[in-house]
Design a protein. Sequence first.
Length: 424
Amino acid sequence: MFKNLAGGKSNPAPSEPSKPAAAAKVKNATICDDEPATSKLPPPPPCIVMPPDVKPAPPPPAPVVKPTAPPVLVVSPAPVTTDPLTSYSPATLNSTLSFTEKWMGEETAKIWLEKVGFMKTKQEFEQIQNVVVPVDACKKWKANRPLNQPPQDYFPVLDANLVVFENTYVNMSAIDVALPKSKIFMCQIPLKGSEEAFWKTAFDRQISYMEIITDQEAIEFFPIGNGEHVYHGTMFVNNRRVEAVSEEMTRFAIEVLPEGCSNSIICTITIVKNWSPDSVHAKQAVVIKEIIEMTTFLTKAKDENALVMSKHGAGRAGYFVALAVVVHKLDKATEPPIQEIVKSLRGQRPRAVESLTQYVSLYTTLFYYIKRKVGRSDGDKKAAIECDEPTCKKTVQLTTTFTNALIAEVNAAAGRSTLTVTIK
């Protein structure tokens, strides 16, 4: 039939049914191919006649069958497969802040809370502000002024830890931090025309996780539409997936492949929106969630690296990295030396944590985190809000004190407040 169809011919008219052919002898399945299929059956046994005065022997007793145990079903685990798009699965806020056991950092947090005060915090920041950045230590940044985000003369980058690839300038710094991986990258949002250099450097450093902090800044160095792709010079950048996490966050899976290379990397990029320069995000939970996501990535990462980006890669990016270090230390039952942490960042990326609001918010956000951890030891969200623990009450008291004092400082300096912290 398929032959006729292929030749374009129609099937012939049906003819008279022919007589059925004789049924073929079925081959015995127990007989080998080299044995004759017509082997004879064995003869029946001879008939035995019993005398009339002899009683037949009783039948043998039935064999006792011991009960057997039910069969054990052994299930082998399914093979583990790794999908580069799903190998890193960000956790939810509830999963990262809800615990049924006592938090390891609780006792350390109680001791630390007794030591903090607003005036001391303000003095710490003033001391950090007095540190001068030597211009001679930023020669490459100064020589590539057009490639820096405006204002070009306000956010210097040190030559010592500037990331260089193929002698191309990229406004990116390698930062030593006290996190699960001791190295992280901070970077400005790439300017138009510098996208190829950025992606070459990111690919070379195996950066597969990015946090981008924005307010109204345009993101144009990768396609934001699902399935879209673009070539930045020799770099192929392809959007594999878009996920609207919340109103404040959008997550992308971006494939990056240099020309002539067969192995691409998949970079998970999260854009945190509605975050004003010089300030902090209005929702502390959003930032806490993302720093835990990044710390989780760094814990699992082997050769991969993480990058935090803001317009200048300084104030907001520095706050994000500093908060990640602070929370990580407290989770390990170590008192976080916030001033030393920020000093270390400033020594590697000048103007990191650039405002008093951001510096004070490292404290107030940590108050919030402590309250959530202590109040949610039973996994109940309501318990965190209505926590009667002395530690919870202490965090609320300190948050109120720090917030009111900061508002007064900001109003005195600029006639307005940029702090947006929710107190619960």
